[in-house]
Design a protein around this ligand. Sequence first.
Ligand SMILES: Nc1ncnc2c1ncn2[C@@H]1O[C@H](COP(=O)(O)OP(=O)(O)OP(=O)(O)O)[C@@H](O)[C@H]1O
Length: 293
Amino acid sequence: MSDTSTLTHRAEAGEQQPRHRQEIAIRCEDVCKIFHEPIKGSRSLKNFFLGKNREIKAVDHVSFHVYRREVFGLLGPNGSGKSTLIRLLSTLLYPDSGTLTIFGHDVIKEQQAVRRLINRVSVEAAFFKKLSSLENLRYAARLYGMSPHEGQEKALAILNRLGMKPDKALTSLENLSRGMQQKVAIARALMTSPTLVLLDEPTTGLDPKSKRDVQEYVEEVMSSHDATIILTTHDMDEAERLCDRIAIIDNGKIVALDTAAELRRQVGADSLEEVFFQLTGKSWEDVQADEMD
Ligand SMILES: Nc1ncnc2c1ncn2[C@@H]1O[C@H](COP(=O)(O)OP(=O)(O)OP(=O)(O)O)[C@@H](O)[C@H]1O
């Protein structure tokens, strides 16, 4: 095992310089989220009547910064706290302690402002599947407060950039490939600016070609939009390819945070999978097998 304290210290200090590095998009300081669940298997009726619970530190004193226009990866085994962190960032949960701000807005005190700046794209994009890409984008534009005219213009420009032919733009989304659906979902998340896009396993379940296509699209987006991305993925190559920095999370704590190259160098590993194994004691294959269960 390598010394993780040095890596965590570097993580908190945020020493590495990724590509766009002036302004902080996310400031997460000493954040904790604790869940309580009934003590399972306890034979003591006393526990039951006293309502005793087990404490689960889903996010345990986590501190990190994400810079504007950075792609920040979150890697961790099942139950490590990734989803809780994402839910805290998207104001679906409140931290028990610590502070969390998005583009300078506090997630508790300025929820509405935070929500306007955040968009989430999950494995299964949430669309009106019977409606076309154009209709879905126009609908989103209205939700973002654009006029019908502006919404139409914006939606057409997006579809044009995606290289979608006019007949496809009018086809029900359910009849488009999953790769194209994901790209429309990402494009929809970019209708406002600046935006924090939470890409939650965006390529899971896609065939290799669609996966490459979506990854290329994310790269293109990063070169042309004022977007900051938090990416969770089970694909180590994807993490290396797309992420400026990667946080490895285990048992609710960030055990390392740096660029993929720097993580490999510090741990003396050839691959990100090996870094992950050295820091968590868990092989990536086991993690993926767990997720199939
Ligand atoms: N609502 C809840 N009530 C009780 N415990 C919870 C709740 N949500 C999460 N947990 C616990 O918090 C811990 C972190 O869970 P979380 O879902 O954040 O992990 P994860 O890394 O996203 O895992 P996965 O990859 O399986 O989604 C786990 O032990 C989980 O059982």
